[in-house]
Ligand binder design. Sequence first.
Ligand SMILES: [Fe+2]
Ligand SMILES: [Fe+2]
Length: 288
Amino acid sequence: MDDRTLKLFHLSDIHFGLEDRRALAWVEECIAREKPDAVAITGDLTMRARHGEFDAACAWIRALDVPVTVEIGNHDIPYFNLFERFFQPYRRFHAIEDLIEAELDLPRLAIIPLKTTTRAQWQRFPWSNGWVTQGALDETLAAIDAQPAGTRILVAAHHPLTERRERDNKLLTINGTKTMAALAGRGIDAILSGHIHDPFDMTVTTSGGPLRMIGAGTLSHRLRSTPPSFNEIVIEGDEIRVNARNLEDVATTDMLIKEVPENALPPRAPGDPVAPVGAVPAIDPPVS
Ligand SMILES: [Fe+2]
Ligand SMILES: [Fe+2]
C-alpha cells in the first residue's frame, strides 16, 4: 500500500485576458520546483472565452509538467456566439481536451469532476451561477462508487454548492443542497471549487453528514478581498491541510473567508463576507 504524503495545487479563476502575470510566473515556478502530485484547476480559465484567451490558457496549462485536471467555469463558454454556446460549447478547449473534466487517479486518492456550469438556465438570466443537473450528479456519484474501497476522494467543480444565501435568499447553485447531501453521504474528503475569487476551507452540515468545502482564490486582477493566491493541499495520513499561498505572505487564517458570498465582486454592502486581510480593491474589477 502506498501511504506517502500527497501534495496538490488547487488553482482557480486565472481569467486569461485579465490574468496577473506576476502571480502566474510565481505559480509556474512553484509547480516546476515543487512538482506537486497533481494540479486541479477549478474553472474560469478565461475572461470572455475569446480565442486568444483560450490559446494563452491552453499554452500555459500544456507547459505544466504534472498531471492536470481542468473544470469549466461560467466564463469559459462562448459568450458572444450563441450558436457555438449551445452546440459546441467546449470547442475552444481543443488543445487541452484530454484534461477537461479528467478524473485523476493518484496513489489512494481520486480527483473526480462535477459539472456545475451550464449553457443556459431557464430559471434565470444571466447564467453565471451554478446548476448541478441530475445527469451531472449521477455521473459524479457513479465515478465515486467505482473507486476501490479506501480511496480518498476529492470532487472538483467550478461553483461552490451553497444553494441559497440565507441573508438575502439569493440562489447560488441550483440543486446544490441535494448535491452536497449526496456527496457527504458518500463520505468524500472534500469538494474543491472556485468562482468566488477568495479562498475558503469550511465544513458544513448537510442531511447526508458533514461536508468539507475548499475554495481557491484567483490568479487574475479580478480581486475580491484577498491578494492573488492558490491552495496547496497536503494529504498526509488522515489529515488534509490547506495552505492559501500568496505573494503577499498573508497567513492562511487571514486569507480564508468564513461565508460563501453570492459572487466574485468585492464586498460593497455592510455585512458582505470579507476575509480578515480585507484587501478590497477601491474600484470594482472590470467584468468584460
Ligand atoms: Fe471567476
Ligand atoms: Fe466563475
